[in-house]
Design a protein around this ligand. Structure first.
Ligand code: FES
Ligand SMILES: [Fe+2]
Length: 416
């Protein structure tokens, strides 16, 4: 990002001082130090990203033995692969000899991973299978040098990883939102399309942008025409209540309007917070498409449209917006101090056929365009905020409430 000069007089002491001074200004956006500091970014990786549950991918990306894909985060790369016997593994893409990446392809099918440097060979489960001529070293044991493994769980077809061997269990948090997630039958759904939108901005700007809909009315005209989240609760409450009153009967799903908010400051264990809410589309609209009309067959157990959509959060950086006929997943991944990958994944039911039951362009239209709009506003936010003349202003108490919650959690996590 050519306009950003990052902080050069940086130190852990400065970070501590900035956390303390920020805590004395509750309700305000955070100082640009936090978006420009390499010390801060390194600490974020250590304390946040390498300790939280992160969405890696969907099981449909590894249907067969030998299938793999890479998830790249920060400077790191993780191989997610389906091994002989069907089990899925996550391994660090770092050779145990002298550290070369063992795999460069973003996805594919392999029998083994052969390090291109000196030819060490790894199995799909990460174990070291051969290390050329290393018998010359007397105490060398092949069993000691498998790729480092990363915790991986599957939930409703979603694969989550955690780098921390001591990480708290994620399943109890996911179970608390299961009642509203399960009806979409994501385990049997298929990915229509996924796309990475790289934005020249610190990851927190992409996250804060996702956490608030204050910008929706001004930046997302198509979205705002359909979704009541763009309005204050008071203005949308009638439409929302009418939807909630009919949602069970219309969808045929008990408790589909169950709500739970446990993200950030209210999470029960670090990096595991999950959230589910249901909010209404304006009358006459059934789903998140260009005209608000269906674009695919109903998902999972849905029997009809209720004029609502399910909003989800999994851990710190993954979200879903689930319409009755398709689901959209959002993942934000830091790729450096001033670069973030925003990945959008669109799902439809597993037996839907492209060209017959759905048209890919119609399914992806709304969120592809909305994400391009986000990319534009986040980049402009980054350009303005990185000026030495920037002074943080107040968050909106309702629209930007989640940003406020995030900042409280963030400062607690980053401080000593
Ligand atoms: S670095 Fe991989 S074999 Fe040497
Ligand atoms: Fe947006």
């Amino acid at each position: 990002m050519k306009f950003i000069a990052t902080d050069i007089e940086d130190s852990p002491n400065r970070l501590e001082a900035n956390v303390a001074s920020q805590k004395s200004r509750p309700g305000f956006a955070i100082d640009n130090y936090f978006y420009r500091s390499h010390v801060t970014y390194a600490r974020e990786l250590d304390r946040i990203f390498y300790k939280s549950w992160l969405y890696a991918g969907h099981i449909s990306q590894v249907p067969n033995e030998g299938d793999f894909f890479l998830y790249e985060i920060g400077e790191d790369s993780i191989i997610v692969s389906r091994s002989v016997g069907g089990e899925i593994y996550a391994s660090m893409n770092i050779c145990r000899h002298r550290g070369a990446r063992v795999c460069d392809e973003l996805k594919g099918n392999r029998k083994t991973f052969v390090c291109p440097y000196h030819g060490w060979v790894y199995g799909l489960d990460g174990s070291l299978r051969a290390a050329r001529d290393m018998e010359a070293k007397a105490d060398f044991s092949i069993g000691d040098y498998g790729l480092k493994s990363v915790n991986l769980i599957e939930y409703e077809g979603l694969l989550f990883i955690n780098f921390d061997p001591e990480a708290p269990d994620f399943i109890p948090a996911l179970d608390r939102i299961k009642v509203t997630l399960e009806p979409y039958d994501l385990a049997n759904s298929k990915v229509v399309h996924s796309q990475v939108y790289r934005v020249d901005a610190n990851w927190k700007l992409t996250l804060e942008n996702y956490l608030e809909c204050y910008h929706c009315a001004t930046s997302h005209r198509a979205y705002a025409k359909l979704h009541t989240l763009q309005a204050l609760d008071e203005k949308a409450s009638k439409v929302n209540q009418a939807m909630l009153d009919r949602s069970e009967a219309q969808t045929g799903i008990k408790d589909i309007s169950f709500e739970l908010y446990e993200a950030y400051a209210s999470e029960k264990a670090f990096g595991t917070g999950c959230t589910t809410t249901r909010y209404a589309l304006y009358d006459g609209f059934l789903t998140g498409s260009e005209g608000g009309q269906p674009v695919a067959p109903l998902m999972g157990k849905f029997r009809d449209y209720d004029g609502g959509c399910g909003d989800f959060q999994f851990g710190i950086m993954t979200f879903m917006l689930n319409y009755p006929d398709h689901c959209v997943l959002y993942r934000f991944t830091p790729r450096g101090l001033t670069a973030t990958d925003m990945e959008i994944v669109w799902f439809v039911r597993g037996d839907a056929e492209e060209g017959v039951d759905y048209d890919k362009d119609k399914v992806t239209w709304l969120w592809h365009n909305t994400t391009l709009e986000d990319e534009y506003i986040i980049r402009r936010n980054s350009e303005g905020l990185n000026s030495r003349f920037f002074e943080p202003g107040p968050y909106h108490p309702e629209f930007e409430f989640l940003c406020l919650e995030f900042v409280v959690w963030y400062l607690d996590t980053m401080g000593d």
